[in-house]
Design a protein around this ligand. Sequence first.
Ligand code: DGY
Length: 324
Amino acid sequence: MNSKPKIFITRKWPAAVEEKLTERYDVTLNTDDRPLTADEFKYALQHYDGVCPTVCDSFPAEVLKVENKRCKILANFGVGYNHINIDSAKAENLLVTNTPGVLTESTADIAMTLLLMSARRGAEGDRLVRAQQWQGWCPTHMMSSDVTGATLGLIGFGRIAQAMARKAHHGFGMKIIYFKPSPAEQSIIDDLDATRCDSIAELMQQADFVSLHCPGGEATRHLIDKQMLELMKPTAHLINTARGDVVDTQALIQCLTDKQIAGAGLDVYEGEPNVAEGLLTLDNVSLLPHLGSATIATRTAMGEKVLDNLQAYFTGQPLPDQIA
Ligand code: DGY
């Protein structure tokens, strides 16, 4: 008889971590990497001791409340957990863990990539060359904005924002301003020569590049709306590697269309993987498919974090990354 805990993995993981999971647990993998349905999640909650969802899987109250649950822990592959109804998980006595810390640098790298792409019109230039439309170098062709020395405004100032600030300040000589309800630690402020803005509105007005680093969910839904976008300089760029619903997409499309801001770089979308039609035809927006943590090393480390949380749970130890 197999007495190992039964674990359900919702999507394909890096091979190295799937191998370890298979050694330790009676595991069901999603070898086809097919997106699963709410009914399949409910079934998993009823038939497995642990379920490991990821950021593209939706676990609303309706799913979490399924009767006759066997599952005791949702060990999420990802740091963001706005796809899980945490209140409902608590009410159902489900533990929830995530994977903080290991995707900080790779996500900050993607934010910096988008900032550079948007400022220097990278994606637009690539499209031009591929379309064989490039007529050759000339003094006024595809002029863009300087990154070096410009002001970077960070909304949210956690691990990823601070990593981006380090790259931007120490690598590109950028001036750092941030908004977060309480001031950051003095040693961090000193290292980055960072200035705290009293409000998001103040930051929107001052920054040449605004980068979003707050969690997703109801509390931050459309935090960046038409009114906020209109405060930005016409030369400024908006970068979003946080969650799509932090920005009112239709307001952003309007602003980009009317050239009220110079550009945007997006890695996340409202209702992803669907991307609003209006974004697809604009030249002044750079679009990536949620690549923030997508390096081999980072995704493997995320899997290892899930393994640590499962291991702790099944050996009765405190969970390293418990959120519920
Ligand atoms: C996360 O872990 O929340 C990220 O969005 C994945 O890249």
